[in-house]
Design a protein around this ligand. Structure first.
Ligand code: NAD
Length: 480
């Protein structure tokens, strides 16, 4: 496929280059496929100033809210037009399956449609204080929203924050991930075509440590929406503390699925296949721990092992089950986690490490059994196609193991006993719980974590209220 060799930043309505370029690689071959202009801190200042002007001139909020409805619907329509082209670029730079890359653009369009429907329904309340007062609240845009995006689902995660933020009238600056910025460049081409006001949405393709750090430390930034790892999240929260900048933090996970004795094994295998092997396990809400009732423990391990041995490997365009991971570094880290798991006593059932014989950054789909809750592999995010299986005897023990990490992004239970499932939903500690279907839900359902998985919610109607602040107006009628 023909694609531009050089890509740019989108600042104040213009595509802008830079003296320095960041190389972009195809993870399936390890070869460079393009470069992107590395945004500078001077350009970040221009973006912040442009966003502030957009807010000061009320470019998104001075008209009727219905204008924003139309604007967001135009964005959705433009995204749908470029979905196939964008998916090819995303597939090439990210390594993910083409169909999953395409889904990201479709999901991005859905975010804009969904929040378009809310843009003219952001209603305050009237508060009764007796005859001498009129009191009411309004929801206002927060202002300049800086949104820092990770590489694993860059397009859909970007739209997840951008759509509600624009629906509420904020001016947004998106910092793309270094390893996979091109899909976002295509997304911003669609935003440009939809005719967003100048400064309403800008894209900076710089380094996290440089441009990202600069943006989150700036007093001109009124909100930070961060999706990424815990160490980076901590750094950003420290920077945000200086100006008391409000944050939404979407961090990592170590999510557990609990399999009760009566679970449907066929359905379970389908869920494991997508739960931990989708995008080669590079999913924050991946099903990375499987807790299995001891009475079916051996049977489940056998079935999972057979399923995993049948998984195919290939690049994103091949339609294979296992695609490359994002980088050589990520591949190396996953390999090291697998090695450590064996050193700590986990039993390797299938896979076990990196694919060193083939070009590209491939990792074997891997299953460990007899994993104990205190092992590193059971506590820390691998962000690769690696499943830990652990036995339990009682529901109480399963809940204790499931809740026994510092994370709490998602959790699940597989059973046909609804009463027992409900007990689990009450006691599992996480932002969302899946019963009998991993990743059940959608853009309509609130998403976010507890503990080290972060705070604040994205998706659903609730997320819109992460992008506004409440102002109360109290009017005295006394003496009139
Ligand atoms: P990362 O933390 O390395 O980087 C994320 C982003 O932060 C990148 O754009 C990077 O450039 C930027 N960044 C780095 N240092 C910065 C700084 N000092 N200031 C500002 N920005 C900075 O994460 P990653 O490797 O890109 O993504 C993987 C992680 O993201 C995993 O831990 C995964 O669980 C998490 N994640 C969470 C969710 C969620 O919704 N909860 C979704 C996807 C990924």
């Amino acid at each position: 496929m023909q694609m531009p060799a050089q890509w740019s930043n989108f600042i104040n309505g213009q595509w802008v280059g830079s003296d320095q370029q960041l190389p972009i690689f195809n993870p399936a071959t390890g070869t460079q496929i393009a470069t992107v202009a590395q945004a500078t801190t001077e350009q970040a200042t221009q973006a912040l100033d442009g966003a502030q002007r957009c807010i000061a001139e009320r470019r998104l909020s001075k008209g009727r809210p219905a204008d924003r409805v139309c604007l967001l619907l135009r964005v959705a329509s433009e995204i749908r037009k470029i979905a196939e082209y964008g998916a090819k670029i995303l597939c090439l730079e990210n390594g993910k399956r083409y169909s999953d890359a395409h889904d990201e653009f479709v999901e991005a369009a859905r975010y804009f449609e969904y929040y378009a429907g809310m843009a003219d329904k952001i209603e305050g309340v009237s508060i009764p204080l007796g005859d001498d007062y009129v009191d009411y609240t309004v929801y206002e845009a927060i202002g300049v929203s800086v949104q820092i995006v990770p590489w694993n689902f860059p397009v859909s995660i970007c739209a997840r924050s951008l759509a509600p933020a624009l629906a509420a009238g904020n001016a947004c600056i998106v910092k793309s991930p270094e390893l996979s910025p091109l899909g976002l460049c295509v997304l911003f081409e669609a935003l440009e075509k939809a005719g967003l006001p100048k400064g309403a949405a800008q894209l900076l393709c710089g380094l996290g440590s440089e441009v990202g750090g600069f943006l989150v430390s700036s007093p001109k930034t009124n909100q930070i929406v961060f999706t990424g790892s815990v160490p980076t999240g901590r750094r950003i929260m420290q920077a945000a503390a200086h100006w008391a900048t409000p944050c939404v933090m979407e961090l990592g996970g170590k999510s557990a699925g609990v399999v009760l004795e009566d679970a449907d094994i066929h359905d379970l295998l389908v869920n494991i296949k997508s739960g931990i092997f989708l995008n080669s396990g590079q999913v924050c809400s991946a099903l990375s721990r499987l807790l299995v009732h001891r009475s079916i423990y051996a049977q489940v391990i056998e079935a999972v092992s057979t399923m995993v041995k049948g998984l195919t490997r290939g690049d994103g365009f091949s339609g294979a089950d296992i695609t490359p991971v994002i980088s050589a570094r990520q591949q190396q880290q996953i390999g090291e986690m697998c090695k450590l798991a064996q050193e700590e006593g986990a039993r390797l059932v299938v896979g076990g490490g990196i694919e060193s014989e083939v070009e590209g950054f491939y990792v074997q789909p891997t299953v460990f059994a007899d994993v104990s809750p205190s092992m590193t592999i059971a506590q820390e995010e691998v962000f690769g196609p690696v499943l830990c299986i652990m036995p339990f005897d009682t529901d109480e023990e399963a809940i204790a193991i499931a809740n026994g990490t510092d994370y709490g992004l998602v959790a699940g239970v597989f059973t046909n006993d609804l009463r027992r499932a409900m007990r689990f939903t009450q006691q599992l500690r996480s932002g969302q719980i899946f019963v009998n279907e991993w990743y059940a839900g959608g853009i309509e359902t609130p998403f976010g974590g507890v503990g080290l998985s972060g705070y604040g919610r994205e998706k659903g109607q609730e997320a819109l209220y992460s992008y506004v602040r409440t102002k109360n107006i109290a009017i005295s009628l006394k003496g009139q």
